[in-house]
Design a protein around this ligand. Structure first.
Ligand SMILES: [Zn+2]
Ligand SMILES: [Zn+2]
Length: 1013
């Protein structure tokens, strides 16, 4: 019988928790039985309601790493939990396929350095094909990562942001903007990346990690006041190339300006900066000869020095407003000289200052940010390369004061890390600044769960700048605006069908809504009959993914699911997806409503040392590689348990494999312990229910206590999930499993399970009924976090013992608190009792008495209430304390007091309870203690040899004890046999007496030998 039962158990649940084997098996089980599909079908028909959700699409330009995994695990947790609560969630995948991130990835693969080279060498048609190939290659990696992680996301219903269907629906957002006058063409200063050769939105400029410390020139120079003998404006800049496009100087109207005598020149600068600037310039000999108010300088003409180099500047100089001083409040009088030179072609404030005065804009740049022929001498030079040329030309003209270097924070491109340049360009804008009140009102109504990310998001939204949505790139959703070459009229085309109807020539069959094909479609101008060409722009990729709530659903689904119930993405999406979703939804609906009711921003994931994961550091951990060797369950549990979802997480593999593994191993072993004992006693979950046990009076206080604690665990856990406090929720669940069930409850009942006395069978069955209920409920609570382990235990234990259970644990109902099982008074009594037991442990420690050594007596001195509670739990306390007898009193009896002083009793006290432990051990106690020491070693040998707890051993042999120990042990041979589940125990003087496989152990510095036969 022993051998047989051992074999059948091993195939079901291995002796150790081996998560990789379990996960492989369960993955196959899910796939073979279509569990994910069946779950979706089932919930679509049977639900308590619908919770909308839309995937924040991962960009298919790279391989998924642990940072991605953390976000996906949170999504899957939310989905499984809500589904178990009975909701239908359209948990459908989605992929972000277009835009700069994908283009740059492909450029790298093709080995081209910039857009010009790309268009010349590769061409748009092939480039688009390569982009598609690339996203498909990465898609495979992502699907595999989802599979390994156990994501129950529906891959078949995935949306792809590059399909015609998706793009057509994205156009509906723009159409609404067009109709409301919110989509405008404009000449405006935008941040431009010379590497990517496209403009960026202001949201992208502030993107995580885009500001880096760089070295720039620090240049002091002077412009001569026109028609003066010796007066100059003193100016400072870090971008000398902007002198080429300079058109004005600005001063602050209210500030006091000084004329500073330096040698035989007078330099004009703000008065409060004279001293620090002169110090910086190393000029000791100077004096302020006159001061004037900034306002009085307005209109003063200065000599622009490069008129000979730049013919266009000579021409502009004739304009009555050009190369003159203006007054502006934005001039900062606390830095530099308080005189700012303005280049409307290269600065946002400069541009606005020019616009409002009617000053022309001079922006002689091509797409690579090289100067055009309009810049004369500087033609063909990349803007930032002109810095040194400008310095040299100023030097030649005697206008250079000081050229130095400065290290400062400067925005770079979030994709290619080139230094950004501000340029006046023709772009298309969504005038989201005009609907900012609505946007803010919408954002205020959203639940963010945590204050910090909420404030960060709202303060970003308050900036409320227009959204530059045009990009001078290739692989993106095209801007569907056609312009007449003759009269300049514009037409907005809202669908493929409309476009094909209006096309002058029928496009080829492979036509799609992408460049270059769509650029070849020309239409007739309705106003003048001229030919209309498409505006060559594609849309900002954030507009593309931000269209998903409408673009990924049908009209009917959109009405049903949006605003969605919950979204979660990384904190870096504050300026990204969270923002574009919101803006587009307000434009589409015209309402002050966000497309999401709740948004959880996750903290980012870093390496074990707290460094950002990056290719250059080589510390990126790829999900697929990680999960070849590591458990998905342990990883999921670790990611959710370690810190709050909004915290930055330091991902540490060693840490992951320690405590998180142990917690899951404990859960595993508890279930294994239960099933082995329960099956041995013929437990039948359909007959031996909790009701049956209760009705037959078979439950004892520890069982009621455990059931009550379970209700608390269910309530607290669920409440914390609601608040997205996943780590707190799991800390409580971990405590329940490891402390309450494993460390406390099991020791309380273990002895009752050791016997196979038929008289007490029903009591054992009642314990199994309790464990069945508690452990199964715990599995359901764990399922959203560790779905593989839960499914495995569910199938191999619960569903095997009760085949009427649903096909998968995922079909189970989410546990709810059963108030009838909650007993707060009993929980309090147990608190007191456990407090008392831990006092016994400290008393034992003081007296160096091992916990296994039984002691005769203890005395508890406590309040009347506590004594009463303890007396009610006397048996449990004695069991945990390993003491034969306990006495309770409200004050210490006189007789004992004397004995305490004499050292016979040892004491420990806390919280108004004192425990006195009688430390005297007579021969019987010594014998019993020795027996327990040896029994413990037999138990570990049993485990080592692969016996399960229910196996009955034939004979246990013990050898190597001295005569005294043999004598003490003699009377306990029978009890020991029962304790270690053996038919008999034999003592031998030495090992040679019998030929068996001896195992050596040490016992208080002596050797003892044990064998099982
Ligand atoms: Zn770039
Ligand atoms: Zn026209």
């Amino acid at each position: 019988m022993t051998a047989k039962s051992k074999a059948s158990f091993d195939t079901l649940l291995s002796m150790d928790y081996r998560p990789l084997e379990i996960e492989k098996e369960i993955r196959e089980f899910w796939e073979k039985n279509r569990i994910q599909e069946k779950l979706m079908e089932h919930r679509e028909k049977n639900n308590v309601g619908v919770l909308g959700w839309v995937e924040g699409p991962p960009t298919l330009n790279g391989i998924p790493h642990v940072g991605h995994a953390r976000g996906r695990v949170m999504k899957d947790l939310w989905f499984r939990w809500r589904t178990m609560q009975g909701y239908f969630v359209p948990f459908w995948a989605g992929w972000d396929c277009q835009g700069l991130p994908v283009e740059l990835e492909v450029e790298k693969l093709l080995g081209v350095k910039n857009k010009r080279e790309l268009l010349e060498r590769v061409g748009e048609e092939r480039f688009v094909e390569e982009c598609k190939k690339t996203i498909m290659r990465y898609h495979k990696e992502w699907v595999e990562a989802d599979r390994k992680l156990g994501m129950f996301i529906d891959q078949k219903k995935a949306y792809w942001t590059y399909t015609d269907e998706y793009i057509e629906r994205e156009w509906q957002y723009l159409k609404r903007a067009w109709e409301q006058g919110l989509l405008e063409e404009g000449y405006y200063v935008v941040a431009y990346c010379p590497g990517c050769q496209t403009s960026l939105s202001s949201a992208e400029v502030g993107y995580e990690g885009s500001y880096v410390e760089v070295e720039d020139p620090s240049l002091y120079f002077k412009f001569k006041v026109a028609d003066s003998r010796d007066e100059y404006f003193l100016i400072w800049t870090t971008m000398p190339f902007t002198v080429i496009t300079d058109l004005m100087l600005a001063v602050h109207p209210e500030a006091e300006y000084a004329k500073v005598q330096v040698g035989n020149e007078k330099w004009i600068m703000v008065k409060q900066r004279v001293e620090p600037v002169m110090q910086e310039l190393g000029i000791k000999d100077y004096s302020v000869v006159e001061t004037v108010i900034g306002r009085s300088l307005e209109g003063v003409k200065y000599d622009y020095p490069f008129k000979d180099l730049i013919p266009k500047q000579a021409e502009l100089d004739k304009h009555p407003l050009v190369h003159r001083v203006v007054c502006e409040d934005f001039v900062d009088v606390n830095t530099a000289t308080g005189v700012v030179h303005l280049s409307p072609g290269n600065g946002e404030e400069d541009f606005v200052a020019a616009q409002k005065r009617g000053v022309p804009v001079f922006a002689p740049f091509d797409d690579e940010v090289k100067f055009t022929s309009e810049a004369g001498f500087f033609q063909g030079v990349f803007a930032r390369d002109a810095d040194s040329m400008v310095i040299e030309e100023l030097r030649k003209r005697g206008l250079l004061v000081k050229a130095d270097k400065i290290r400062h924070e400067y925005p770079t491109c979030w994709r290619s890390h080139h230094k950004l340049v501000w340029l006046a360009r023709r772009e298309y804008f969504l005038r989201t600044d005009r609907i900012n009140d609505k946007v803010l009102a919408a954002a205020e109504k959203v639940e963010y769960f945590f204050e910090a990310p909420k404030n960060r998001f709202l303060s970003f939204l308050k900036e409320g700048k227009p959204w530059c949505i045009s990009r001078e790139r290739v692989w993106g959703a095209p801007l569907p605006i056609w312009v007449c070459e003759k009269c300049g009229a514009k037409t907005f085309i809202a669908s493929k069908k409309e476009l094909l109807e209006k096309a002058l020539e029928k496009p080829p069959p492979n036509f799609e809504l992408h460049k270059p094909w769509i650029d070849r479609v020309k239409i007739r101008c309705e106003k003048c009959g001229g030919i209309m060409h498409r505006e060559p722009f594609v849309l900002d990729t954030w507009h593309n993914s931000g269209a998903s709530p409408y673009a990924r659903f049908t009209d009917e689904e959109f009405a049903r699911y949006v605003p969605v119930a919950f979204l979660t993405e990384g904190i870096d999406q504050t300026r990204g997806w969270a923002n574009s979703l919101l803006l587009e939804h307000v434009i589409l609906t015209g309402k002050a409503e966000a497309p999401y009711k709740a948004f959880l921003f996750q903290g980012l994931t870093q390496d074990a040392k707290g460094r950002k994961m990056s290719k250059s550091l080589g510390n990126i951990i790829e999900v697929n590689k990680l999960l070849e060797k590591a458990s998905a369950d342990v990883c999921r549990f670790y990611m959710l348990r370690k810190c709050s979802p909004i915290d930055f997480m330091n991902f540490d593999l060693n840490e992951m494999n320690r405590r998180p593994y142990q917690v899951l191993a404990t859960l595993y072993h508890l279930n294994r312990f239960f099933v082995q004992n329960a099956e041995y006693d013929g437990f039948n979950p359909q007959r031996h229910t909790l009701e049956w046990a209760k009705n037959n009076g078979l439950l004892k206080k520890p069982d009621f206590w455990l059931l009550s604690r379970l209700q608390k665990a269910i309530g607290d856990y669920t409440a914390n999930l609601e608040k997205c406090e996943f780590n707190t929720a799991l800390a409580e669940l971990e405590e329940f499993v490891v402390e309450t069930v494993s460390r406390l409850y099991v020791p309380m009942i273990r002895k009752e399970l050791w016997t196979d006395d038929p008289e007490t069978l029903n009591r054992r069955l009642a314990i199994y009924a309790t464990l069945w209920h508690v452990l199964k409920t715990t599995l359901l609570l764990f399922n959203p976090v560790t779905p593989f382990l839960c499914e495995a235990l569910y199938q191999k234990i619960y569903r095997r013992l009760d085949p009427t259970l649903p096909e998968s644990v995922n079909f189970e109902k989410w546990p709810e608190v059963d108030e009838s099982l909650r007993n707060r008074a009993l929980e309090e009594e147990f608190e007191t009792m456990l407090e008392c037991a831990s006092l016994v442990y400290s008393a034992r420690q003081k007296a160096k008495l091992k916990r296994r050594w039984p002691l005769r007596k203890m005395l508890v001195v406590a309040s009347e209430k506590d004594c009463k509670a303890l007396q009610g739990l006397n048996d449990v306390l004695l069991e945990l304390a390993n003491v034969k007898e306990a006495l309770y009193a409200e004050t210490l009896p006189e007789g004992v007091k004397a004995e305490v002083d004499a050292g016979r009793w040892v004491e420990a006290s806390e919280k108004g309870i004192s425990v006195y432990l009688d430390i005297y051990r007579d021969e019987t106690l010594l014998g019993e203690g020795l027996m327990r020491d040896i029994a413990r070693r037999v138990q570990s040998l049993r485990k080592e040899l692969g016996y399960v707890p229910t196996d009955i051993l034939e004979t246990v042999h013990v050898a190597g004890l001295d005569d005294e120990s043999m004598r003490l042990l003699g009377p306990y041979i029978g009890e020991m046999a029962e304790l270690v589940r053996a038919k008999k125990v034999q003592l031998h003087k030495n090992q040679s007496e019998i030929k068996v496989q001896w195992h050596e152990y040490s016992l208080d510095d002596k050797k003892v030998y044990i064998a099982i036969s």
